[in-house]
Design a protein around this ligand. Structure first.
Ligand SMILES: [Zn+2]
Length: 98
């Protein structure tokens, strides 16, 4: 966790010995979103009661990228592989997944 974020999540708790101690609260997890376009992901849950394969779609980048972005990514990947496109021509958000 970033040091600046750590400060905002501080909670002061009085322990049984009478001392004041700093507890760091972990932030609540929000719904999963696509790391390229930011739209909410379908079928992705962070619930611990489910099995890992039940928590996100079983495809490459399942639980990280939405279906539309995954499809676009594979098009760019194939174009770069077949030398129809240079890696620098790919939109910058897709470049780290190439
Ligand atoms: Zn997306």
């Amino acid at each position: 966790m970033r040091p600046s974020k750590r400060i905002s999540n501080r909670v002061f708790k009085r322990v049984p010995g009478g001392k004041l101690k700093v507890h760091i609260k972990s932030p609540r997890k929000g719904a999963a979103s696509c790391s390229i376009c930011g739209s909410g992901l379908k079928g992705a849950s962070s619930s611990r009661s489910l099995r890992k394969t039940e928590r996100r779609p079983e495809r490459p980048f399942g639980g990280h990228l939405c279906g539309a972005c995954t499809q676009k990514l594979f098009v760019y990947r194939t174009r770069v592989k077949n030398n129809d496109m240079k890696a620098v021509e790919v939109p910058i958000k897709f470049q780290k997944y190439l």
